[in-house]
Design a protein around this ligand. Structure first.
Ligand code: GPW
Length: 835
């Protein structure tokens, strides 16, 4: 089902040449041509990488006509463009996805195999472009796929990081970070557009002057300028003619600038300036749910936002005489506050550079922006010190003060004498000793017409807690947009066998409308269907088992429960709660080696931010427990623990389809949504989870009887905190839990060293911010229910089927459609390939 040939494209192929033709012969000729003429390699000495590049260009050629046609149509029809501003786009490999969306996956696979080549091996040559940290960046990628698939005119704007998220190695159980030089061998998917470069100013000061009408105005006298060079990657929709752009900016030294230094004989200085400029797009900050607070990070944010706004204004002015109706050309979605400085930048462009009146500019700005919040963790909300912001962006700091001034004036008239309210709403926080902080979430709320959370509970808590003053002020600005993931990458590409079964039974329309899958419920009582379902899961488990043997040299039992937790490592996500449970099972075996337990393979994966000590220690603990448990003869292979290094999009594609059990065990009220939870469920994994984020909605859709629920609710968590939570009492009153923690304390997993894991033990016993001990027993009991359910294969398979076929809500197509209707107010635009 991955493809059904050129006819699937529903368009006439206009020029059947080597760069457009879709017949097997033409494709083969184009492929070999791209090997010889583009790379200067003969078949006799071509490497798998050479074959990958040849195939990538063959596919890219077939995207270009659609790409240019889409851009032209948007221009001609003066459509409203959806502009997704995001510091991260975690796209994953392009080749397989582009083949699938063009509808030529099977065709190409056959062609490659006819040439005696290994298709899988060629696909694996592509570096996984990791320009994001985790959920937030991957959400942006799923959204681009859905936008193009729904034929919505859209563009993704971001940064072309030269180094993406680091490559994670595990050495002696510890995480080691290796730079991700993903562009070293070039990137066949991107099209540099140097002619559309723009300049971005930084630093310096501002000055008052009088214009020709004698009006007092402000200008920014920057200290330096950098060039922003756009690199476009085509993003095709699934079996549509729409191909949108992902436009990523690379920073370079501005020609004129270093030329001056060069002429003055300061060659070394001009080279130093060039390096300084290029630093801006050098590397992705590897933090998830914790802001970096560094000047370079702010420079990155401003850099891509300033370049993108100039780009949009240029596009607008091609077909409009002024900027009065800019908001009709661009609907800009701010992916968290990382691009929120755009609000001040658009004001600067409109007022300082285009002479609009402040109030007119403000109306346009508010109508242009919409803000998505992705976290409830207070420490994750971005704040910039006013000093730092003013040093890099002096004019923007003034503009932010002005925005705040006018805003607070309004609040004062609506709510007189309410200093406390003013303090909460203010964009500027007075942190004492003249130390002012700029709250980017407040700026985003004030400057946008729409504020949304990413799951029902998250949006509710935003309104009740994190952003409650704004919700009181502007209830009509708040929306919920529960996240989704693209079924193209997360079912079709990652689980071809399951996809083939779906298509065999109900046709392939499920890829455009995931609700179609519900038709499969009619097969629930069909033993043959259930058997095939089970066999597909087992085959996917066998593939992953082979991968684990090859990469980690650990042998696992495919009849064991594949119990998986893959996501960024963070204390709130509670990977260590799962580790406590594994140690409890181990202790039970040690007490009674004859005990009857259902065999499990625990699979972990995820990166820790390099500066996050506790997260790195949790990785070490996981590997330390693995070392003991995996080789203990009493265990007899019934428990295996595998930490798979370098979890990324392509490893996710292998893992989700092979999971029996999906671990979604964050402290209730902490995970905004989660999106991995959706990928697991779509692939027939059952969830063990708390009432947090989108878990709640997954359970609603799948049916409570098909979901393993445990733990405190968000409300119970707050109540417990309010009444003085004492983790120590759980330790003292729960023998099994005490046994688990004592085992860690004793140095059993650390070669007798009781100090190594003390920070984890102490944080659990004396603080336990994330309430692992409060949830421990409920989790352990729930895991017993999981084991019992797995003993009954039929029952388990039914639950698995129901989870998978009831996940339509979590297609990002549904999410994007809601954004289009309610926030962006845009409609599909058909792209015709006729001239
Ligand atoms: F802190 N998320 C993320 F809100 O992956 F900015 N990185 C981040 O830096 C933040 C959020 C931020 C995630 C959320 O943790 C996750 O719950 C959510 O599903 C995802 O964003 C997409 O909305």
């Amino acid at each position: 089902t991955l493809a059904d040939g050129p006819e699937a494209l529903q368009c006439p192929t206009l020029i059947e040449d080597d760069r457009t033709g879709m017949s097997p012969e033409t494709l083969k000729r184009a492929f070999l041509d791209n090997l010889f003429y583009l790379q200067g390699v003969n078949r006799t000495d071509a490497s798998p990488y050479n074959y990958y590049v040849a195939l990538a260009y063959t596919v890219r050629d077939r995207l270009l006509r659609r790409f240019l046609k889409s851009t032209d149509t948007y221009k001609q029809e003066k459509v409203k463009l959806v502009c997704y501003f995001s510091a991260e786009f975690l796209m994953g490999r392009y080749l397989g996805n582009n083949l699938a969306n063009l509808g030529i996956y099977d065709l190409i696979k056959e062609m490659i195999e006819e040439l005696g080549l290994d298709f899988e091996e060629i696909i694996e040559q592509e570096p996984d472009p990791g320009l994001g940290n985790g959920g937030l960046g991957r959400l942006a990628a799923c959204f681009l796929d859905s936008l193009a698939s729904l034929e919505i005119p859209a563009i993704g704007y971001g940064i072309r990081y030269e180094f993406g998220i680091f490559h994670q190695m595990i050495q002696n159980g510890w995480q080691v970070e290796i730079p991700d030089n993903w562009l070293r061998f070039g990137n066949p998917w991107e099209l540099p557009r140097p002619d559309e470069s723009v300049e971005v100013k930084l630093g310096g000061r501002t000055e008052i002057y009088h214009d020709d009408k004698g009006q007092e105005r402000v200008q920014w006298l920057p200290e330096r300028r950098v060039l922003a060079i756009p690199h476009d990657t085509p993003v095709p929709g699934y079996k549509t003619n729409t191909v949108n752009a992902l436009r990523l900016w690379k920073a370079e030294a501005s020609e004129s600038f270093n030329f001056e230094a060069f002429n003055a004989g300061l060659y070394d200085q001009s080279v130093a300036e060039k390096m300084d400029a290029e630093t801006i797009s050098k590397v992705l900050y590897p933090n998830d749910n914790t802001p970096a607070g560094r000047e370079l990070r702010l420079a990155q944010q401003y850099f891509f936002v300033a370049a993108s706004l100039q780009d949009l204004i240029r596009i607008h002015l091609k077909s409009h005489k002024n900027l009065q109706n800019f908001h009709e050309t661009a609907a800009i979605q701010l992916n968290d506050t990382h691009p929120a400085i755009a609000i001040a930048e658009l004001m600067r462009l409109l007022v300082d550079e285009n002479g609009l009146e402040w109030s007119k500019a403000w109306t346009i700005t508010q109508k242009t922006f919409a803000y998505t919040n992705h976290t409830l963790l207070p420490e994750a909300l971005e704040r910039w010190s006013a000093d730092l912001l003013g040093k890099l962006l002096p004019r923007h700091l003034e503009i932010i003060y002005l925005i705040n001034h006018f805003f607070l004036d309004d609040v004062r008239t609506w709510f007189p004498d309410n200093e406390e309210l003013l303090g909460k709403l203010s964009i500027v926080e007075e942190a004492g000793w003249g130390n002012k902080q700029i709250r980017m979430a407040n700026l985003a709320c004030v400057g946008s017409h729409s504020i949304n959370g990413v799951a029902a509970l998250h949006t509710e808590l935003l309104q009740k807690d994190t952003l409650k003053e704004f919700a009181m002020l502007w209830p009509e600005k708040f929306y919920n947009k529960t996240n989704g993931v693209t079924p193209r990458r997360w079912i079709l590409l990652s689980n071809p066998q399951l996809s083939a079964l779906f298509t065999e039974k109900i046709g392939d329309n499920w890829l455009k409308d995931l609700k179609e899958l519900r038709k499969l419920e009619q097969y629930l009582d069909d033993p043959e269907f259930r058997q095939r379902w089970y066999e597909i899961k087992q085959a996917n488990k066998a593939d992953l088992a082979a991968y684990m043997l090859k990469t980690r040299n650990i042998e696992v039992d495919v009849n064991s429960i594949f119990d998986v937790q893959v996501k960024r490592i963070h204390e709130y996500k509670r990977q260590h709660l799962a580790v406590l449970h594994i140690i409890a099972l181990y202790n039970r075996i040690k007490q009674n080696p004859q005990i009857d337990i259902v065999p499990r393979t625990f699979i972990f994966g995820g990166k820790a931010a390099p500066g996050y000590f506790m997260a790195k220690l949790i990785i070490k603990l996981t590997n330390a427990v693995a070392e003991i448990v995996n080789k203990d003869p009493d265990v007899r292979g019934r428990l295996k623990l595998v930490f798979l290094p370098n979890f990324n999009v392509s490893l996710g594609q292998r893992i989700y389809p092979a999971a029996d059990l999906s671990e979604q065990i964050s402290t209730a009220g902490k995970e905004a949504s989660g999106t991995g939870n959706m990928k697991f469920a779509m692939n027939g994994s059952l969830t063990i989870g708390t009432l947090d984020g989108a878990n709640i909605e997954i359970r609603e859709e799948a049916g409570a009887e098909n979901f393993f629920l445990f733990g405190l609710t968000a409300e119970e968590v707050y109540a417990k905190k309010a009444h003085g939570y004492e983790p120590m009492s759980y330790y003292k009153n729960n023998r099994e839990l005490k046994g688990v923690i004592d085992r860690i304390k004793s140095g059993y997993f650390s070669h007798g060293d009781p100090e190594l894991f003390r920070p984890i033990v102490d944080s659990l016993l004396y603080d336990d911010q994330y309430m692992l001990l409060a949830d421990y027993q409920s989790y352990a009991d729930c895991q017993e229910q999981v084991s019992e359910a797995y003993r009954d294969r039929d029952k388990w398979t039914r639950m698995s089927i129901l989870n998978s076929v009831r996940m339509a809500k979590f297609s990002s197509d549904r999410t994007i459609w809601e954004y289009c209707q309610e926030i962006w107010k845009v409609n599909p635009v058909k792209i015709s390939l006729e001239d």
